[in-house]
Design a protein. Structure first.
Length: 229
């Protein structure tokens, strides 16, 4: 009986290997059938869902949905411009981990929550990278006073995105109320207060700080002019 078990295991391994090879060959054939231009991505503002804007921020998705040449390659990317004092709401990518590269940023806060409930937070600037593990709640927050530009690359051509607050509001009212420890009558008010856009701008403490910095800079500049006169 043991020998039959070994034979069955070997057969299963060979089958999986053969299937993987067939899939690889099929993917290679698909790649070869594409014209050269298919391997270059240019954002299309006319395609619904490809570009999202809000709070003076913008993102463009480079997934297989909008860039078919990625199909079967297991990779994708998003590009972002995040306005000062703007948050990209906490969200989840259920099918991929992501790695962020900050092309231009003075103070970009990046964080996620581990499975055990511990929070991880870092502040990065131009040239730095950060990782977001698959399936964990994470966010980006531009706590600086100038635009932050960055890209995120994913280990799937379709990483999926679920915004946490919007997902919670999709729950039945009694379930949401019980989960948050609030009265069910407060759920309706909560629904009206949660932003519907993935970008949340004008974070108050950041806006106050940037406004103070601008005032200070303007005063210094004017003082310099007076000295020059």
């Amino acid at each position: 009986m043991a020998s039959y078990s070994v034979i069955a295991v070997v057969a299963a391994v060979l089958f999986v290997g053969a299937t993987a090879q067939e899939n690889t060959l099929a993917a290679v054939a698909d790649l070869a059938s594409n014209p050269a231009g298919a391997f270059v991505y240019v954002p299309q503002t006319s395609v619904t869902g490809e570009i999202t804007t809000g709070a003076n921020s913008v993102t463009s998705l480079r997934t297989a949905t909008y860039w078919p040449a990625l199909t079967g390659l297991g990779i994708s990317q998003s590009a972002f411009t995040l306005a000062p004092c703007t948050l990209r709401s906490p969200h989840i990518h259920e099918r991929a981990s992501g790695i962020l590269y900050a092309a231009q940023a003075d103070s970009l806060e990046v964080g996620f929550v581990n499975e055990n409930g511990t929070s991880v937070k870092n502040i990065i600037s131009t040239g730095a990278s950060a990782v977001f593990p698959q399936g964990l709640i994470h966010y980006q927050y531009n706590s600086g006073c100038t635009n932050a530009t960055y890209t995120i690359s994913y280990g799937s051509e379709l990483p999926g995105t679920q915004v946490v607050t919007q997902a919670l509001l999709a729950l039945p009212a009694d379930v949401l109320a019980a989960s948050l420890g609030i009265d069910i009558s407060a759920v309706g008010l909560l629904t009206t207060q949660v932003p519907s856009n993935k970008f949340v701008g004008n974070v108050s403490d950041c806006m106050a700080r940037c406004s103070a910095n601008n005032t200070s800079t303007s005063s210094t500049s004017m003082a310099g002019r007076r000295l020059l006169l």
